[in-house]
Write a protein that binds this ligand. Structure first.
Ligand SMILES: [Zn+2]
Length: 62
């Protein structure tokens, strides 16, 4: 329904908040869209931008 929660994006290493100007690239995988942020400390953090739930089945194991 387009209801977005605010997701706290923090650096994996130093836990500083990640700002929009630290955004580097996004990539789309089968699981959804991921964003890559580069912290001033040098660490790269991958965050979830959007999840694809079109084929999310509780019994998708094969
Ligand atoms: Zn950091």
């Amino acid at each position: 329904m387009g209801m977005l929660e605010t997701i706290a994006r923090v650096c994996d290493r130093c836990h500083r908040p990640l700002e929009d100007d630290q955004f580097r690239l996004s990539m789309t995988t089968a699981a959804g869209t991921r964003g890559v942020y580069e912290c001033p400390c040098g660490a790269v953090t991958v965050t979830v931008i959007a999840d694809e739930r079109t084929s999310n089945s509780p019994r998708e194991r094969q």
